[in-house]
Write a protein that binds this ligand. Structure first.
Ligand SMILES: *Cc1c(COP(=O)(O)O)cnc(C)c1O
Length: 415
């Protein structure tokens, strides 16, 4: 019978359930390249609207940078469009090797292996280096791709409360008998924009003989004095055993990821990680673009410095206007609204004012913690931030939340 009417209606029911729960994801079509100013078709079929993008992972403003685009063109001309192979058959060019070396140097590790994405890096790494004699101890708020990697690995899994070092220590003591222990965390957590306590984690891992794994996807390129990542920021550069990161965010934003760290662990990935062995090579055009990005970032800290200044300006403006922010100092700046519907209405009104910023609510963030997550970019100029700030204030006045505390907003709108 195959895809019968009964099967079809079962799926239609499920999709309706997603709709009715108000969590149906509707894509908005951007008709321009990724930048601070974009042209958006939303709702679908409407005429294009020019808006300021406040929710891209384009932290360094490199997604459409002329030098990166030029380097990508040159890569396309000199190395072709696709490789039609995985790395170990006939999918490795000199530039893949060159990029692995450059990433190693940038991150201060021993070796690096490229993956089609950071999702793939996280999916492959644990299974490649651990067995059922080992344990993985992860922060409770790690990224979904890490959770999938943990599921694919036969080692035992345990968790510790978010950024709670006492709890982590208890878990390290509890699992003292395991052959290998790996502590797993994000460097910067994407929903709240808070930073892992890597200095304390390194000390605990030393004390209890554990390896430390850090996914630095929301840090590489801009966190730390020279943008190397959370390990630089926390004063533990060179001390992380395994770093995974993406080229799909600050580093040009195209695609690709990597595992970088101790050379034996990287070699184990080369021999055994399934997304590496069974998924296609990163396209030469992308490799060429990322090589240029790393050149730009190694020559000057200008872009991460501008991002830092923009972030300070944005946080200060919102705070002075009387918004409740999630505290922190990364370019992820969540404006807390608590109520799910308010976050959707707020986002829609911002859009009408020419500001593109998406409202997040359960299950993307915990119940009662709905928010507009803004993300600052070095591609923003002060006039972008001023215009966005004016729009936030106008909409904030409409809902009468300026100067109101968390408790007052919850009393007005409920959870
Ligand atoms: C975005 C992200 C990923 C996925 O990166 P891709 O290269 O797009 O697959 C993995 N981990 C974290 C923490 C991320 O934020």
């Amino acid at each position: 019978m195959g895809y019968s009417d009964k099967v079809r209606s079962m799926y239609q029911e499920q999709l309706k359930g997603i709709h009715d729960a108000g969590i149906f994801k509707q894509e908005r079509f951007i008709h321009s390249s990724q930048a601070a100013d974009i042209e958006v078709e939303y709702p679908t079929g409407s005429s294009l609207k020019k808006v300021i993008n406040m929710c891209a992972n384009n932290y360094l403003g490199l997604s459409s940078h002329p030098e990166v685009v030029k380097a990508a063109h040159e890569g396309l001309d000199s190395r072709g469009y696709g490789m039609s192979s995985v790395r170990f058959i006939c999918g490795t060019q000199d530039i893949h090797n060159e990029l692995e070396k450059k990433v190693t140097e940038f991150l201060g590790t021993e070796d690096t292996i490229l993956f089609p994405s950071c999702m793939d890096a996280n999916a492959g790494v644990f299974e490649a280096i651990l067995t059922d004699e080992d344990v993985m101890i992860s922060d409770r708020l790690v990224h979904a791709s890490i959770i999938d990697g943990i599921r694919l690995c036969g080692a035992m899994h345990d968790t510790f409360k978010h950024s709670n070092m006492d709890h982590l220590e208890k878990k390290l003591i509890l699992h003292a008998d395991k052959r290998l222990k790996v502590v797993i965390t994000d460097g910067v957590f994407s929903m709240d924009g808070d930073t892992a306590k890597l200095d304390e984690m390194v000390a605990l891992c030393d004390k209890y003989d554990a390896m430390l794994f850090v996914d630095d996807s929301h840090s590489t390129g801009f966190i730390g004095k020279t943008g190397r990542g959370t390990h630089e920021h926390c004063g533990v550069f060179g001390k992380i055993d395994i770093i995974t990161t993406t080229f799909g965010k600050a580093l040009g934003g195209a695609s690709g990821g990597c595992v970088s760290g101790r050379k034996e662990l990287v070699e184990m990935c080369r021999q055994k990680a399934r997304p590496y062995l069974f998924s296609n090579t990163i396209a030469p055009v992308v490799v060429s673009g990322v090589l240029k990005v790393l050149d730009i970032l190694s020559q000057s800290t200008e872009r991460r410095d501008k991002l830092e200044a923009n972030t300070e300006y944005w946080r200060k403006g919102l705070t002075e206007a009387g918004f409740v922010l999630q505290p922190g100092d990364t370019p992820i700046v969540p404006v807390m609204l608590f109520n799910a519907k308010l976050s959707q209405d707020f986002s829609k009104d911002l859009y009408d004012e020419g500001i593109y910023a998406i409202g997040f609510f359960f299950p993307v963030v915990p119940n009662g913690k709905a928010r507009i997550r803004t993300q600052i970019s070095a591609g923003h100029e002060i006039h972008h931030l001023d215009k966005a700030l004016a729009a936030f204030i106008k909409v904030g006045k409409k809902y009468d939340i300026l100067g109101k505390s968390k408790q007052e907003i919850i009393e007005m709108y409920g959870l």
